[in-house]
Ligand binder design. Structure first.
Ligand SMILES: Nc1nc2c(c(=O)[nH]1)N[C@H]1C(S)=C(S)[C@@H](COP(=O)(O)O)O[C@H]1N2
Ligand SMILES: [Mo]
Length: 366
């Protein structure tokens, strides 16, 4: 079968070709603050819609005084363009750790279901203002033309966010990514970018925005992307807002060295990333190279805003033998990562933000 790998680097970890799902290699994430479009992780639930830029329209309706039907040209010309650097992260980032504890369906994402880009487009709040949101509104729903076969019943991909979040200046209808038009696999011609929320709320190929009183009834809002109780079988879970994911918890991971790497004893630079809980800053990343007995503070970079990951590094002396490297972050609101993955296990494998552990084999100095 002919497969399309969407102009991605050869070292992407591809879990599925149709729909295309691929994790960013840690080497690519470690290279720079912004992830190139050729290395940005991809999470798709259905086929990438065929694009027709000229015919594309976005409808804004529901609890509004002036329903809108906007072309790309309208978005470019009637609204001011704003830039936001933002990290997206799939709710399933680090699922593989939870899968080691107990069975969970879904791709075994490591720590590379996250990437960072500079997004440019119009502020959602300005589009909502043009439509005139009614007082009874509470949520903003998005929908896109891709049909997800896994949904019950099969339906368009959708999501919603609270109106209070939709009104924040960081939430965009993005037309470009790292200065270029959005690539097809990342949502061309227009996608939503909801910084600080699980990636699933950043709806790609968005063509419909509905202002409503309640959260969306779409499968991906009311059934999937929820933290369910441990004993609940996701296939018989009742739909509803209970447990629906929005803001992501504080998290961190080691990017280099990689799990299972062999290194010569001596001094090594360890690098990684940390993500604060929505709107905060990373205050501290601690690293242990002795399995958690002693900890040192890593050096942090200065992200341009609260929506961009913090990159960190530390130089440590590694001694011969099997070595576990652990990292843990704390954000400016004192949110901390929990120690154990076991406490975080949930039937869909979302939100793993336990201390990150990676093992390396340290050999005689060369
Ligand atoms: N229309 C549509 N939007 C979507 C999805 C999708 O399958 N269809 N996947 C969501 C999920 S789960 C994530 S994590 C992000 C991933 O964005 P990316 O593929 O650009 O990295 O897109 C979100 N937006
Ligand atoms: Mo996701």
């Amino acid at each position: 079968m002919q497969t399309n790998s969407w102009d991605k680097r050869a070292d992407m970890l591809v879990y599925e070709h149709e729909p295309f799902n691929a994790e960013s290699p840690s080497a690519a994430l470690a290279e720079s603050r912004l992830t190139g479009a050729d290395a940005f992780y991809v999470r798709n639930h259905g086929p990438v819609p065929e694009g027709d830029e000229d015919g594309w329209r976005i409808v804004v309706d529901g609890l509004v005084r002036r329903p809108l039907r906007l072309s790309l040209e309208d978005l470019r010309e009637r609204f001011t363009q704003h830039e936001v650097v933002a990290t997206l992260q799939c709710a399933g980032n680090r699922r593989s750790g939870l899968q080691r504890i107990g069975d969970i369906p879904g791709h075994p994402w490591g720590a590379g279901a996250t990437s960072t880009a500079v997004w440019k487009g119009v502020r959602l709040t300005e589009v909502l203002e043009a439509a005139g949101v009614r007082d009874s509104a509470g949520h903003i729903a998005f929908a896109a033309p891709d049909i997800a076969p896994e949904a019950e019943p099969p339906q368009r991909f959708g999501a919603s966010i609270p109106l209070t979040k939709a009104r924040q200046s960081e939430v965009l209808l993005a037309l470009t990514m790292n200065g270029n038009p959005l690539p097809p696999v990342h949502g061309a011609p227009v996608r939503v970018v909801v910084p600080g929320y699980i990636g699933a709320r950043s709806v790609k190929w968005v063509d419909h925005i509905t202002v409503a009183a309640e959260p969306s009834a779409n499968f991906f809002q009311s059934l999937a992307y929820r933290i369910l109780g441990r004993d609940i079988d996701p296939t018989d879970a009742e739909p509803g807002p209970h447990g629906a994911l929005g803001p992501m918890p504080v998290n961190s991971a080691v990017l280099q060295p990689g799990d299972g790497d062999r290194l010569a004893a001596g001094s090594h630079t360890i690098t990684g990333y940390a993500l604060p809980c929505e709107g905060n800053r990373i205050a501290e990343v601690e690293v242990s190279v002795d399995g958690g007995r002693t900890w040192r503070q890593a050096e942090l970079d200065t992200p341009p805003n609260a929506w961009t990951w913090c990159r960190w590094q530390i130089t440590a002396e590694l001694h011969r033998g099997h070595t576990e490297i652990i990292c843990r972050a704390r954000d400016s609101a004192d949110n901390e990562q929990p120690r154990a993955q076991a406490e975080l296990w949930n039937p869909k494998g979302y939100g793993n933000n336990a201390w990150f552990r990676t093992s390396v084999e340290v050999t005689e100095p060369g």
